[in-house]
Ligand binder design. Sequence first.
Ligand code: PRT
Length: 216
Amino acid sequence: MATSEATPLNQSIPLDEIHYNEQGLVPAIAQDYLDGTILMMAWMNRESLQKTLETGEAWYWSRSRQELWHKGATSGHIQKVRSLRYDCDSDALLITIEQIGDIACHTGERSCFHQVDGKKAPPPADTLSQVFEVICDRRDNPTETSYTCKLFNGGDNKILKKIGEESAEVVMACKDDDKDAIASEVADLIYHTLVAMAHHGVEVKDVYRKLQQRRR
Ligand SMILES: N=c1c2ncn([C@@H]3O[C@H](COP(=O)(O)OP(=O)(O)OP(=O)(O)O)[C@@H](O)[C@H]3O)c2ncn1[C@@H]1O[C@H](COP(=O)(O)O)[C@@H](O)[C@H]1O
């Protein structure tokens, strides 16, 4: 089912300057607009690219069915396109998308790019999300030696006290104009803030969404 909110992508692409291969196709890589996770790779032709631009939703070319493929049209897991770029020699597309329903892969996963160790979940693309993943794992599978677990054990009292301390250390590092210290103290502050978020069940993506909403 196509959404009624489909709106043209406010962006133009020189359709005839894209280098389609001998089958008239160009590879398109879909990337999550919030955390940059690579979700899937599929093929587009001139018509599907045009439909993508016209509707703001991802349309591909299905090589197995030899037809246009409106991604998620039957399941509701459509891909709202946030931006569309082509590379320097115009033979590959990069689409940043908002994956409705968080399922991009044919097998029902968030990403087609599963981890090589067989774990299904795709690796988050950005450092913040990777650190947050470890923090959540410590929360859910506590270990004796983990500093993060000690914070969780101390609850808000311990976690928030650390955020206060680290904030003050950021301020002092900035006052001293010590660039390395600023980076180090901000890293500490971010880490402890991520622990607070995990403690309160707030996701990194929730924060990214807020930041995206504020962009102008
Ligand atoms: N990114 C961090 C990170 N940044 C800072 N810290 C710790 O935060 C503390 C910073 O506090 P301070 O500078 O005040 O140092 P401190 O005096 O030792 O702290 P306190 O004894 O006063 O609590 C240090 O102990 C640092 O080791 C971190 N600890 C963990 N991580 C991440 O969390 C993951 C899990 O860590 P563990 O839980 O230790 O396995 C790691 O893989 C990292 O990715």
